[in-house]
Design a protein around this ligand. Sequence first.
Ligand code: C2G
Length: 130
Amino acid sequence: MKRVITFGTFDVFHVGHVNILERAAALGDYLIVGISSDQLNFSKKQRYPIYSQQDRTKIISSLKYVNEVFLEESLELKLEYIRKYKADILVMGDDWEGRFDWVKSDCEVIYLPRTPSISTTEIIEVVKQQ
Ligand code: C2G
């Protein structure tokens, strides 16, 4: 029984998000998703997400590949979350390549290629222009 963990904001949910969650789930038997809190997002990107953390949590919880969700409050707590949720594998998109190698003491780390040509930022830009 392999437990997989992944993290993200998943704001303005799109097919790139579905693809990474689907591939993460396929690497094990149980998928746990850490959803970046509104506050964490603000500290990383200097803006709040379009969707609130409650709505993002509701959307991710409703997916058939996802078994459990929690709010991620800090990037530095990765190892604590991995231990708490007893994860065997950490999956991240390759925009994070190398950034979480420091947790390899406790679990396997896999970076998956991002889905090309789609991102929350791009969707926001397109909508703004119209
Ligand atoms: N993603 C993807 N393809 C895209 C867009 C996103 O595979 N076209 C992946 C990202 O690589 C990430 C996940 O979807 O693994 C969530 O993306 P974001 O919501 O942008 O997550 P981010 O804000 O980078 O938060 O602890 C880490 C952070 O919380 C990750």
